[in-house]
Design a protein around this ligand. Structure first.
Ligand code: AMP
Ligand code: ZN
Length: 475
């Protein structure tokens, strides 16, 4: 089975064929850095990372770009356009700090969380404020081609100039007006027109351009310009969370197609929102969790990665602390599969017949790959990997099969990013250091005992001396 993906634009699952053989150009909408991203945001970012890893598993070279929105995302952007306050500036006022300090501080936290969650570095992480010139050129092009118009320092996109406007979200321009999902603004030729560039002398982050002295870009324009600058006019895949479908991606599609004369992305993919305690995350309920909140409760970031990827990205998944406990236990079993495979490979256990379990392995590999190829169906793929544990515990796998199974398991773990396949050797290193420390203490060689303890600390190991001996755990 070839890789099939669900395209929001055409509302169907289609075989994935890249524009250029062997290569995939992908743009992922990144965070607006006015706060530390919450675990819901990471569901979208981890989905993008999983997609990239799966494309790499299939042998593609992936040119991946995930932006950082550090200006122009307004508080009303999810319902209307060009209304409300700039999210970054509003936060800067709340914290009584400079917008730049705000975006730099939260960008650092975002990158820290992404690294903790095992996200692979994309080819580029452009910041919107570094692509202002490219945005201006694109807006000028839209004016020149008759798709945009200026009113004083503001520039609006003329939605009636692009008949396909609404195709992605299923919205019709008439309905948008009737449903008042657009701002009433006297300047606009049509109420559904949206801002490409805004003028506001009171805005803190502003640029002098051909449109006037004090302006800043519209959020949608930022992504169109950064995608074009780094990946070109036509890309393979564009992703985001489900709330990005409208207006963000609908507007990006219109702007890019009209400025470049070609559709921006062949496939549009969207992750469904994460629910917490069965509902929307909300500050008033106190359940807007961050990665450090999860770590503080004693979980490893990879437990969270597993919890966020365990469900198919287009289905609703829920987060609770009880689910996190379940995920920890399930992941321990998945880790154990690797430990058991190592043992069979090392001849410490397993079936006498080296070929035992060959057909089981074939089923597991095809179950895993066909699951992932079916629009990243992780529940099916993970369940296939879980099938290996019982036959291994029952001694039904032979050494030759275990060698191949371990090689496959490592590749599968690499695609998913949460299973530890070399835990056994890591554990052996820890045990050896604990033994060294014990021996040094017995010999009253305190320097050597401290050195062993420091080495353990560096590995992220916490020790506890108990009457039953030393107990250790990973931090
Ligand atoms: P923002 O920082 O608001 O621009 O959002 C960054 C990304 O997180 C966007 O792609 C959103 O669609 C996504 N997102 C926001 N909330 C959630 C959630 N609860 N579950 C999944 N994705 C989300
Ligand atoms: Zn975007």
């Amino acid at each position: 089975m070839t890789f099939h993906v669900y395209n929001t634009l055409t509302r169907e699952k289609v075989p994935f064929t890249p524009l250029e053989e062997g290569k995939v150009r992908m743009y992922n909408c990144g965070p607006t850095v006015y706060g530390r991203p919450h675990i819901g945001n990471y569901r979208s970012f981890l989905f993008a990372d999983l997609l990239r890893r799966w494309l790499e598993y299939l042998g593609y070279q992936v040119d991946q770009v995930m932006n950082i929105t550090d200006v122009g995302h307004l508080t009303d952007d999810d319902t209307a356009d060009a209304g409300g306050d700039d999210k970054v500036e509003a936060q800067a006022r709340r914290e009584k700090r400079d917008p730049k300090e705000i975006t730099e501080g939260y960008t650092a936290m975002f990158l820290e969380d992404m690294a903790a969650l095992g996200v692979r570095e994309p080819m580029a992480r452009p910041k919107a404020t570094e692509y202002i010139d490219e945005m201006v050129v694109m807006v000028e092009k839209l004016i020149e081609r008759g798709h945009a118009y200026r009113v004083e320092g503001n520039v609006y996109f003329d939605v009636r100039s692009f008949p396909e406007y609404g195709k992605l979200s299923g919205n019709r321009v008439e309905d948008l007006v009737a449903g008042s999902r657009v701002e009433v603004n006297e300047e606009k030729r049509h109420p559904a027109d949206f801002a490409l560039w805004k003028s506001d002398p009171a805005h803190l982050m502003k640029w002098e351009t051909v449109f006037g002295e004090h302006g800043f870009p519209g959020w949608h324009m930022e992504c169109s310009a950064m995608a074009k600058a780094l990946l070109g006019d036509s890309i393979d895949i564009h992703t985001g969370g489900e709330d990005n479908v409208f207006p963000h991606h609908e507007c990006e599609i219109a702007q890019s197609a009209c400025a470049n004369g070609t559709p921006l992305a062949a496939v549009w993919m969207h992750a469904k929102f994460l629910q917490v305690d069965g509902g929307k995350m909300s500050k008033s309920l106190g359940n807007v969790y961050t990665v450090p909140d999860v770590v503080e409760r004693g979980f490893e970031p990879r437990h969270l990665r597993f919890a966020l990827l365990r469900g198919h990205y287009r289905t609703q998944i829920n987060f609770t602390w009880a689910i996190m406990e379940e995920m920890r236990a399930r992941l321990e079993n998945l880790d154990e599969v690797a430990v058991l495979l190592h043992r069979v490979v090392d001849g410490e256990s397993g079936a006498a017949d080296a070929e035992a379990g060959r057909s089981l392995l074939g089923e597991v590999i095809s179950g895993f790959e066909s699951g992932m190829n079916d629009d990243l169906n992780t529940p099916v793929a993970i369940a296939s990997l879980e099938q290996l544990r019982k036959p291994l515990l029952d001694g039904e796998v032979g050494a030759a099969v275990a060698v191949d199974a371990l090689a496959f398991y490592r590749r599968a773990a690499d695609a998913l990013g949460f299973i530890e396949t070399d835990k056994q050797s890591a554990d052996a290193e820890v045990e050896a250091l604990i033994e060294q420390r014990g021996a040094a203490k017995a010999a009253k060689d305190w320097a050597a005992a401290d050195a062993a303890r420091d080495a353990l600390t560096a590995l992220g190991i916490e020790l506890q001396d108990t009457p039953e001996g030393v107990v250790w755990r990973r931090r």
